[in-house]
Design a protein around this ligand. Structure first.
Ligand code: SF4
Length: 158
């Protein structure tokens, strides 16, 4: 059986799985995947979160603190949804492994999928350098995590 090449955030290819029921359709990502074998995934949905759902952010971020089990995710109503985010991350990693995938293209700035920036944890709209729960777990397990803004450069598609 031929291995899939990429895993991609489902919202980037138009699935309405964002917290607000919308998507983040990205034509450049869609164009790349048009010629590739891939799997789309929404880690938050995989973890059991509903669509729509309150927005959530990673709190208590300290420099270098990127271990999923040591970070907490709270939604805007202060409900702790860390377990669901961790569950989605674990299931996403299992999906990659069972399909022999080594590269993920994930939506940046998400508390799950972000690989360079995430929101600061106080729902102020400010971004900080950091990694989402799923992206961090994948990176810790040797997966190359790219985002919608750097995949062309990193895959040398330009
Ligand atoms: S968890 Fe990832 S795939 Fe799901 S909506 Fe958020 S950014 Fe998109």
């Amino acid at each position: 059986m031929k291995n899939k090449k990429y895993i991609v955030s489902a919202c980037l290819i138009g699935k309405n799985c964002r917290y607000d029921g919308d998507n983040m359709l990205n034509k450049r990502v869609v164009d790349l995947l048009d010629k590739q074998d891939y799997i789309s995934v929404c880690p938050e949905e995989l973890g059991g979160l509903k669509i729509p759902r309150p927005p959530a952010e990673i709190v208590s971020i300290k420099p270098g603190e990127n271990i999923p089990s040591e970070r907490r995710v709270l939604d805007r109503d202060k409900k702790d949804v860390t377990c669901l985010f961790n569950e989605g991350a674990k299931k996403t990693l299992e999906m990659l492994r069972s399909n022999g995938i080594k590269t993920a293209i994930l939506k940046d700035k998400s508390p799950s999928c972000g690989s360079r920036f995430i929101y600061s944890g106080d729902f102020s709209g400010n971004l900080v350098e950091g990694t989402g729960i799923t992206a961090a777990l994948l990176q810790e397990n040797g997966i190359t995590v790219l985002d919608e803004n750097n995949f062309e450069e990193k895959l040398e598609l330009k």
